[in-house]
Ligand binder design. Structure first.
Ligand code: XMP
Length: 313
């Protein structure tokens, strides 16, 4: 594939479709939405408004970091604080698909719908890729960003047209395009992070406290495995819903369980657990049980995908 030509074609096509109108897009900092942001800005300049929606489920410091990265490239990104709305929509939900639906609904019809109305944008640029479609159509997992494929008419339901400039690409190609467009390595090399964010890693109800717990655990798992699992595809922490009995300072302690997952995979369609050294696992266990309040149990997932999936929710 001629990537430079692909970039030129997508820019021309965005210009033609949007015409003199306004477009909006949401940036998460992942490689997909980053490429779409860069394409959109090259095509439309300040007729594209880019927002980062803080949904209370991002990793430590992530909203600010993403905004800064793009500011350094001359692309302004507005940080929108929608934390309360997302947390309210998730309250009381435990079923994975209900949680995903709540996030999709809050994102598109509430927060985005409002932003679109405020800006008058008729077009929404979206970083859907081929794998999202394949997994959704196969009924494996409903990716939050697949709408048309589910028969959802965004024009009728939400009042805007969705444009998907990288829908023909799989992840490796998106990374090549990102690099070709001059995006920094922290973007084109960034491990995947799911659309539902930390909600995909909290089994059971997502409360502010439980999101904070998994956020703290994520900092530790990412720091340790960045150093010690260099070839891995993806690694993260999951918070289990049930408490288990533990023992701390000679006293019974009823506390949380963190599951660590670290995957070897090419494209997330199949995967197997990374053979981590015992010393690395022990270090993770030590840090998670001492640095994350209330954690008394740490497990490492040793199942393959399938039958497991990469994320837990
Ligand atoms: P699963 O858990 O389905 O994950 O084996 C496959 C890959 O996709 C990521 N993932 C998502 N990405 N929206 C996304 O954009 C989602 O809803 C979503 N769910 C999972 C996951 O992190 C893995 O890389």
């Amino acid at each position: 594939m001629d990537y430079a030509k692909f970039v030129d074609q997508q820019i021309a096509s965005l210009r033609e479709t949007v015409g003199s109108g306004l477009a909006i897009n949401a940036l998460s900092g992942g490689v997909d939405s980053s490429v779409v942001t860069a394409l959109g800005h090259r095509a439309l300049g300040d007729r594209l408004k880019t927002v980062f929606i803080d949904n209370a489920l991002m990793r430590e410091g992530e909203p600010q970091r993403v905004v800064q990265t793009f500011a350094a490239m001359g692309i302004p990104v507005e940080l929108v604080d929608a934390r309360d709305e997302f947390l309210a929509a998730l309250r009381g939900l435990t079923d994975p698909e209900d949680k995903r639906n709540a996030i999709t609904g809050t994102f598109y019809s509430k927060v985005f719908g409002r932003l679109v109305r405020q800006t008058g944008a008729r077009f929404l640029l979206h970083g859907t890729i081929l794998t999202d479609i394949e997994e959704t159509v196969a009924g494996i997992k409903r990716q939050h960003n697949v709408l048309a494929q589910l028969g959802i008419n965004t024009e009728e339901q939400f009042g805007y047209t969705v444009l998907e400039p990288i829908i023909q690409l799989r992840k490796p190609a998106v990374r090549i395009v990102a690099k070709a467009m001059g995006l920094p390595p922290e973007i084109f090399k960034r491990p995947p992070f799911p659309g539902p964010a930390l909600a995909a890693r909290v089994i059971g109800e997502v409360t502010p406290e439980r999101a904070e717990l998994v956020r703290k655990a994520t900092v530790i798992v990412e720091a340790e495995l960045k150093r010690n699992a260099k070839g891995a595809f993806q690694y993260f922490a999951i918070l289990h819903p049930d408490k288990v009995t533990g023992l701390r300072n000679g006293k019974r302690d009823y506390g949380w369980q963190i599951e660590v997952r670290c995957w070897d995979s090419k494209d997330a369609r199949i995967g197997s657990p990374t053979k981590l050294p015992w010393s690395v696992l022990m270090k993770l266990s030590k840090r998670l049980t001492t640095e994350v309040p209330g954690v008394v149990s740490v497990t490492y997932n040793i199942a393959t995908k399938p039958p497991s999936t990469i994320e837990a929710v």
